[in-house]
Design a protein around this ligand. Structure first.
Ligand code: GLY
Ligand code: MN
Ligand code: MN
Length: 380
């Protein structure tokens, strides 16, 4: 179970209920596990939540009933939760819950309910369960509420970033000549767990030498070698919240080219961080990093976005990306309470790569960098 106080959960319910009212929905069926967690503190793998103006129905199966009941009376209890135990299948139980209420317009999360499940549910309701009900596709109703973090989430992310920074401060010692990328990744994972994280937030990246040119390289059997730049990208989940950090180290003295590329990426990171403020366009923050790299002739070497939101998911809104016709330009301005990464990089096929990644919080005054570990080039 996660630990948002009951009062925070109530506020979250209110925000999503307001969104239902705006869209003239009577209820919302929530099937995305991270959205269920956000609204209930439930961290199990299977549950469906049905949120309506006057009720909050939580459907789960036998495996989790005791865990949910045990939350009753605690400071983290989900307020007004009606527990329904699965009888038969999840979807059959959901259909019965929907049929037991007079709801007409029932929203579902289009990004998280399969076409097959939607068809089954629509047919079951039409065949007698609730013939007047209409299933209405919704997009990001809960995700939009999640994008600005509340006090509990900010405190959790701050603590998580502090712990991950502590791990990062010690990674130089793990990058030993002759060790394979896989060895180093395993040791980082152990340190992440020892630092109090529930698990890694994603598969740790250790990309040495030419492998550094692959932004999401999987650690392999290559041995760390004198002269390598090594990209180390790792994250942890702390009380259900993800943090994410990258440093690039040099094995032995860095070459002139490595210093130049590193300095350009470091400057891009600094410019992007300095550009963060409430009301700033997320595209402008991306451009701040991209312009620095382009100025050093590395524009083509930076092929991904400058950052992504962090929270219950390791990649969530806001997306700090290039403005392009095929990218949704909505919700352009960043706002107080948003937490996201700044992670420019330069990737040169056949040569290697550099990435530096930190996690930032948008504050009323501008920006707070949550991760705290040197960005100087470390030569080990
Ligand atoms: N390794 C995942 C990321 O930095 O986004
Ligand atoms: Mn990362
Ligand atoms: Mn990241």
């Amino acid at each position: 179970m996660s630990h948002a106080p009951s009062a925070s959960l109530s506020r979250r319910h209110r925000t999503v209920r307001d969104a239902l009212t705006t869209r003239a929905l009577d209820a919302l069926v929530i099937t995305a596990p991270s959205n269920v967690l956000y609204l209930t503190n439930f961290t199990g793998s299977s549950a469906i939540l049905v949120l309506a103006a006057g009720s909050l129905c939580f459907i789960t199966d036998f495996r989790y009933v005791t865990a949910v009941s045990d939350m009753a009376g605690t400071a983290h209890q989900c307020p007004d939760l009606e527990l329904v135990t699965v009888d038969g299948s999840y979807d059959a139980t959901l259909a019965r819950v929907l049929a037991a209420h007079p709801w007409k317009r029932i929203g579902f999360e289009a990004a998280h309910l399969t076409v097959a499940r939607h068809h089954w549910l629509a047919a079951t309701l039409a065949a007698g369960g609730s013939p007047a009900a209409e299933l209405v596709a919704t997009d990001g109703l809960v995700e939009r509420a999640r994008v600005r973090k509340d006090d509990h989430e900010i405190a959790t992310l701050r603590e998580a970033a502090r712990r991950l920074s502590h791990v990062a401060a010690g990674i130089g010692a793990l990058v030993r000549r002759g060790a394979t990328e896989r060895d180093v990744a395993l040791e980082i994972d152990v340190r992440v767990r020892r630092a109090g994280f529930e698990r890694s937030a994603f598969e740790t990246i250790v990309a040495s030498g030419p492998n550094g040119a692959l932004p999401h390289a999987a650690p392999g059997g290559r041995a760390i070698t004198e002269g390598d730049l090594v990209v180390l990208d790792f994250g942890g989940v702390y009380d259900s919240y993800c943090v994410d950090l990258t440093r690039t180290v040099s094995v032995g003295p860095a070459s002139t080219r490595a210093r130049e590329v590193y300095a350009a990426v470091r400057e891009a990171r600094a410019r992007a961080v300095a550009s963060v403020a409430p009301g700033r366009s997320r595209f402008e923050i991306d451009a701040a990093a991209r312009e620095v790299l382009a100025g050093h002739g590395l524009g083509e070497a930076f092929g991904h976005g400058t950052g992504h939101g962090l929270g219950i998911d390791v990649h969530e809104d806001p997306r700090i990306t290039r403005r392009r016709p095929d990218v949704d330009a909505g919700d352009e301005e960043v706002a107080t309470g948003m937490v996201f990464t700044i992670e420019p990089g330069a990737y040169l096929p056949g040569w290697g790569g550099v990435r530096i990644e930190d996690d930032v919080l948008v504050t009323d005054e501008g920006v707070e960098v949550l991760t705290d570990v040197t960005t100087e080039l470390i030569e080990i």
